[in-house]
Write a protein that binds this ligand. Sequence first.
Ligand SMILES: Nc1ncnc2c1ncn2[C@@H]1O[C@H](COP(=O)(O)OP(=O)(O)OP(=O)(O)O)[C@@H](O)[C@H]1O
Ligand SMILES: [Mg+2]
Length: 280
Amino acid sequence: MDIQFKNVGYAYKGFKEQYHAINNINLTIDEKGEFIAIVGQTGSGKSTLVQHLNALMQPTSGQINILGTTLPSKKKVKINHLRQKVGLVFQFPEYQLFEVDILKDVAFGPSNFKDTKPFALSYAKEALKEVGIDESLYTESPFRISGGQMRRVAIAGILAMKPHILVLDEPTRGLDPQGKDDMMEMFNKIHLEQNKSIVMISHDMDIVATYAKRIIVLDKGKIVFDGSKEELFMHQDFKSFHLDYPTPMKVLNHLNETIGIPKKIVLTNDELLKYLKEVL
Ligand SMILES: Nc1ncnc2c1ncn2[C@@H]1O[C@H](COP(=O)(O)OP(=O)(O)OP(=O)(O)O)[C@@H](O)[C@H]1O
Ligand SMILES: [Mg+2]
């Protein structure tokens, strides 16, 4: 099973006219094994695109098929289960916490779906363990913990629904450097151990270069690149994508310009170090 976009467009209704936030999107995302980063300038349509993945938004042109359900549909179709199967973590998800205590908050999501309702509490506990929230905090108010912990609790609320695909809208935004690494390691562990596909929006090219396997670049609502990291960073039109290089590549590009070390794709600090040891 997968998610398929066929010529998908979405236009926001404005006061006088429509605003076409995404246009002509053609895309297939497998249910298993993918780690996709969606990148692009602010306003390029990333958040609009990912909100289609769990039918939170439906195309105003073209069609999307989500794990067997085609939308929009002339007939009435059930879409509630798609919210459970494709777990969407919004930007700053901690703003959506609301329950009196942490365990109740995390159990709220799974208690809304037929498949997970009978197990809501045990799934919530499992998810809290996965995100590293200690049992001693279960009865605390979600508003009396740190910002980083609040984000983990909010993410646990999505994980507790046992989604098949995890969609993350800038999951590390606003976290300190250690918090970013910890958060990404947690998602990567879920990806590797459960083979769950992850679709992540990020502006942080170091994170993208370290974790993603496939990169999709959006520009003014259109896909201008869909491929591997290696292809992207060596692309002759890279400048036109308005993206940053990951730090190790910036360092190497500088060394190339100053002391003539040949360019190469280095995605992590370790890869850069290994390469420099070889050539120096
Ligand atoms: N509710 C809305 N009504 C009207 N226009 C909107 C609405 N939400 C977004 N837009 C517009 O659609 C375009 C795409 O927005 P979107 O939020 O998808 O971009 P983005 O790539 O996620 O940006 P960012 O990196 O800043 O989060 C923007 O020009 C935005 O102003
Ligand atoms: Mg956005």
